[in-house]
Design a protein around this ligand. Structure first.
Ligand SMILES: *Cc1c(COP(=O)(O)O)cnc(C)c1O
Length: 242
């Protein structure tokens, strides 16, 4: 196999993009009257080769998100992951759970009791607790995974009795909207659900993390209370799918 030679120009633009996005997120937090330390920037590394991810990790990026278990497993050994948190953010099949429990720091895409039960089972087997977020399909789109806001309380109640799994908050991908004010309404709806669910004080359920905002809308998400923004293409450039 030929050795992959990374493009120097692309490495430099990735570094520049990362610094710019990091600064934008900081400024959005300040604008929202929030402590910038409360908003984390996740670098979404799906489809990106390790050679472009490591320069950003070397600059201090401390949180990455991967969509596909197989892709993550295939490249994690090439990544500079010391002190870096790893989250799975893509739709997860139950038969893949066993590969990542005990390895990743969080699964952000829990959208069924069936999946939660599998995570619970594998976590108990390995004597670990797996932190998860529940994914909400805030726009009720057929094309997206996640549950509806109306189903949240029921799902949280069902997860709250499982061992080895702890809900830390919510994640969402809003519908693509022409108008950023429309996206903000979805984010606002999510923030309200986040606060409401937190107020219920359910056992084993923490509402600490609200993961929302991507390349096109992370500033709006920070203004609406997000504390993890998941940014891919604005840092690494447009994705080529393989
Ligand atoms: C790909 C992806 C992102 C990042 O999307 P960009 O628009 O490239 O920033 C964020 N969250 C999830 C769940 C994703 O799959």
């Amino acid at each position: 196999m030929e050795r992959f030679i990374p493009d120097e120009g692309r490495i430099q633009s990735t570094i520049d993009n990362y610094k710019r996005v990091r600064n934008d997120v900081f400024e959005a937090a300040v604008k929202a009257g929030r402590d910038p330390k409360d908003v984390r920037l996740m670098c979404v590394t799906k489809t990106v080769e390790a050679e472009y991810i490591n320069p950003v990790l070397d600059l201090g990026a401390d949180l990455i998100g991967e969509n596909r278990v197989q892709e993550y497993m295939g490249k994690k050994d090439a990544l500079h992951l010391d002190g870096v948190e790893k989250h799975i953010i893509g739709h997860l099949q139950t038969n893949k759970v066993k590969y990542i429990v005990g390895d990743v720091d969080m699964i952000e895409s829990v959208d069924s009791v069936k999946l939660a039960k599998e995570i619970s089972k594998e976590s108990v087997k390995r004597d670990v607790t797996t932190n998860v977020l529940v994914e909400v399909n805030v726009g009720k789109e057929d094309s997206k995974s996640g549950i509806y806001i109306e189903q949240l309380e029921e799902l949280l109640a069902q997860i709250s009795v499982l061992e080895g799994i702890r809900v830390k908050g919510l994640m969402t991908i809003p519908p693509i909207c022409e108008d950023i004010t429309q996206v903000r309404k979805y984010f606002e709806q999510m923030h309200r659900a986040f606060v409401d669910m937190g107020a219920k004080g359910m056992p084993n359920i923490d509402m600490d993390i609200l993961s929302m905002g991507m390349s096109g809308d992370y500033e709006a998400a920070v203004l609406e209370g997000s504390n993890i923004v998941r940014v891919g293409s604005a840092i690494f450039g447009a994705r080529k799918y393989f």
